[in-house]
Design a protein around this ligand. Structure first.
Ligand code: G6P
Length: 469
């Protein structure tokens, strides 16, 4: 279960409805696993005030959970994306704490838990995903103690000093401790959670394990809280990028942008965590300094629309669009805009073609749980070409050590990395890309799921033993 299903229900201009792939890294990573396992996926279908019947896509069975427009405002835009998202991403934007949002978050988590309690077979494994559903593990355990419950947090877990701000920090920790296994992206996230567990639930960890003491209603049990860095279907992306039509499209993109120009590429949801402003600032300064110009270099920035009703996202869009206009106004010429800014979503095929066409991939988040775009770029580059600039504040930086790692707050370092990447000799590109590809293939999403599910099945065995007395 996750807040969003892998497809969104969209109403076309002529009133007919259709399904479109959902945005974000969670779906990119989890969909191939669910397809493979053929299990039931419970989540929201992306539109408010609609009851959608369960349906199937291939081997996936999808069970939509309805949200009202009021819940969209309070649970989704409010508590999930106005409170938790900014708090968990280093308060880059100030989190807002509203008691009505919290009430709605509890209500919607309860709805998800109730639905899964009805659907799950005896002794089933339920895998709960991400920050929108942190209360579900505890609620579900109360309803269905026979289930094995796993939780995975796709975003960072905040350090102690920040998590302390949350008025409902105790309830969130207790909610998560309802799971048998809690997975995090980075070591630091797991460490922060174990500290929060000690402080706010009074249960310290031994190594990666938190042992909950026996109570009058519950036997003692243990919870594994550990890092399991997520990944992508690397083979799937490589196969996509090898298709003749995708390669042809990559050639067209290069021709349209100018064969001799160096193409820099940024691909993000339009989110303040992604460091898009820092990236544009560095790019603009390089143009101002005369280090690059519109004839020899172009930056393609895909910023897919996201959470458009949330104020911080509206502000960001305005700032990015003013800056984009400024860059092209000041540094473009007829026929040559230094920046191609695209506030649109694209198909996987088009993304793969863009990755193939790009000489330099620029990934500059100020904080990111993992960042799968960096891994997608690497998986598509079977030609061992291209250069990756990667923020050290992404989970991916732990694995992709052969990238040009940068601190995005350090604009001078970012500019230097861009210039270095633009001029990176072919041998160094190859050497780095080979090492990056090994890292991505050594931990692809199948490997991630195997590791995680092995831990879950060990928990399930312990569960059975406990039930047998
Ligand atoms: C991130 C989150 C996901 C979320 C996605 C898209 O990847 O970890 O939980 O679904 O962004 O955001 P949205 O708010 O559109 O679902």
């Amino acid at each position: 279960m996750s807040n969003r299903l892998p497809v969104d229900r969209v109403v076309q201009a002529d009133g007919t409805t259709d399904w479109a792939p959902s945005p974000g890294g969670l779906v990119t990573a989890v969909e191939p696993i669910v397809r493979e396992l053929g299990c039931l996926w419970v989540g929201w279908a992306g539109s408010a005030d609609e009851e959608v019947e369960p349906f199937e896509i291939g081997s996936m069975r999808l069970a939509p959970i309805p949200l009202s427009s009021e819940e969209l405002e309070t649970y989704y835009e409010g508590f999930s994306n106005g409170t938790l998202w900014p708090l968990y991403h280093d308060v880059i934007s100030p989190p807002v704490y509203h008691r009505t949002w919290w009430d709605s978050y509890q209500r919607v988590n309860r709805r998800f838990a109730d639905r899964v309690a009805l659907e799950a077979a005896p002794n089933a494994v339920v895998w709960v995903h991400d920050y929108q559903l942190q209360l579900v593990p505890e609620m579900l355990r109360e309803l269905r103690p026979d289930l094995t419950i796993a939780f995975f947090l796709h975003i960072p877990f905040p350090p102690r000093s920040l998590f302390a701000q949350l008025p409902w920090r105790r309830q969130i920790v207790r909610g998560l401790l309802g799971a048998d296994v809690i997975g995090f992206q980075r070591v630091q996230d797991a460490v922060s959670f174990r500290q929060a567990s000690e402080r706010y639930a009074g249960v310290p960890a031994r190594g990666n394990t938190i042992v909950l003491p026996e109570s009058p209603d519950h036997p003692s049990r243990s919870v594994l809280a550990q890092e399991f860095p997520i990944s992508i279907d690397a083979g799937g992306f490589e196969e996509l990028a090898s298709r003749a039509e995708v390669q042809q499209r990559a050639r067209e993109i290069r021709e349209e942008l100018g064969q001799d120009r160096t193409i820099l590429l940024g691909v993000d949801r339009l989110d303040y965590t992604k460091g898009i402003r820092h990236r544009l600032k560095a790019f603009e300064e390089l143009l101002e300094d005369g280090e690059i110009n519109a004839h020899d270099t172009v930056l393609v920035q895909v910023a897919s629309p996201s959470r458009e009703q949330v104020e911080a996202y509206q502000q960001l869009r305005e700032e990015v669009e003013v800056t984009a206009g400024h860059i092209n106004g000041a540094h473009g010429s007829i026929g040559h805009a230094p920046l191609v800014y695209l506030h649109q979503s694209y198909s996987r095929e088009e993304m793969a073609a863009l990755y193939l066409a790009a000489d330099v991939m620029v990934v500059t988040p100020l904080r990111d749980g993992m960042n799968l775009v960096a891994k997608e770029y690497v998986a598509c580059r079977a030609d061992e070409g291209g250069a990756l600039i990667l923020s050290e504040f992404t989970g991916a930086a732990d694995e992709l050590r052969a990238a040009l790692l940068i601190n995005p707050h350090d604009i001078e370092a970012l500019k230097a990395a861009m210039l270095r990447a633009i001029h990176l000799p072919r041998e160094e590109q190859q050497r780095r890309m080979r090492s990056l590809r090994k890292a991505v293939y050594d931990n692809d999403v199948a490997h991630w799921a195997t590791q995680y599910l092995e831990a879950v099945s060990a928990a399930a065995d312990a569960h059975v033993k406990q039930a047998e007395g």
